[in-house]
Ligand binder design. Structure first.
Ligand SMILES: Nc1ncnc2c1ncn2[C@@H]1O[C@H](COP(=O)(O)OP(=O)(O)O)[C@@H](O)[C@H]1O
Ligand SMILES: [Mg+2]
Length: 275
């Protein structure tokens, strides 16, 4: 469990708070999407979760270990892994295998166990055929999956994806989303930081950030039911939702919130077949 209590963060030299008096609890096995426009504080929050940043006031605790306590950071980092936006900035080794091994070596994992984990986790995210390849030769989606393998090999409880799909082409993006879904099914807690409402809709819970504070928190269907906050949060309404709202104003009321064109098409089929 990750618990934030009255957390504020200010970057050195900055006048305003990047995170302002924020409280939030993340339970194990949840998939939480942190949604907000650029500059709303998402990445800052992500870095507070795993102790890369420590609050100027308030506390962040992971399973009771405070990130402000230097001697707890090891325990914190063991539990919370992070995948970043740019797939090219995450590699340290010249082969995929060595790259996954790097984190394990750092933790002093024995060779036998290391080989077992490389095999297991590379299979789990479908990069086991790529172990001898050079990371920089892979596609964006493959690179992100290698980065994910490196993280899950450390067997964390939480994995934070900070806009991890935003630099990928549509295929790479679907690849990574599918991987996230599988990891969640296997019991990992997923934190996906995104400004993409469709990606947020895949989660169990959506937390919307605006100017370093939470303005919405709930299930996707509840959060997306009201749309007033979308403008306030500075986000672009998905095309499907815009069209749905337009249809509603013309008297066509659909049962579900349509966050993707597929959902909209499906709902329209259902609607027209009921008439
Ligand atoms: N290294 C930094 N130094 C100073 N200010 C920063 C730094 N990183 C982010 N900020 C500021 O903190 C606020 C939140 O940024 P960030 O957490 O990166 O938002 P997001 O990830 O939602 O785009 C913004 O106003 C941003 O300009
Ligand atoms: Mg960010």
């Amino acid at each position: 469990m990750i618990t934030l209590k009255d957390v504020s963060y200010r970057y050195e030299g900055s006048e305003r708070l990047a995170i302002s008096n924020l409280s939030l609890t993340l339970k194990n096995n949840e998939w939480v999407a942190i949604l907000g426009q650029n500059g709303s504080g998402k990445s800052t929050l992500g870095r507070l979760f795993n102790g890369l940043l420590t609050p100027v006031s308030g506390t962040v605790k992971v399973d009771g270990f405070s990130t402000s306590d230097e001697s707890s950071l090891w325990e914190v980092r063991k539990r919370v892994g992070m995948v970043f936006q740019n797939p090219d900035h995450q590699f340290v080794a010249t082969t995929v295998r060595d790259d996954i091994a790097f984190g394990l070596e750092n933790r002093g994992i024995e060779r036998e166990e290391m080989l077992r984990r490389i095999d297991l986790y590379s299979k789990q995210v479908g990069v086991n055929q790529l172990l001898d390849k050079e990371p920089h030769r892979l596609s964006g989606g493959q690179k992100q999956r290698v980065a994910i393998a490196g993280i899950i090999a450390l067997e964390p409880d939480f994995i934070i994806f900070d806009e991890a799909t935003s630099m990928l082409d549509p295929i790479g993006r679907l690849d990574v989303l599918k991987t996230m879904r599988n990891l969640h099914k296997q019991g990992l807690s997923i934190l996906s930081i995104t400004h993409d409402m469709e990606e947020a809709a895949l989660s169990d819970r959506v937390v919307v950030l605006n100017q370093g504070t939470i303005i919405e928190d709930g299930s996707p269907s509840n959060v997306f039911r009201s749309v007033e906050w979308i403008g306030k949060a500075g986000l672009a309404m998905p095309f499907s939702l815009k069209l749905q709202k337009e249809l509603e104003s013309q008297g066509v009321t659909l049962d579900t919130m349509c966050l993707s064109e597929k959902e909209l098409v499906d709902s329209l089929w259902t609607y027209s077949s009921k008439k």
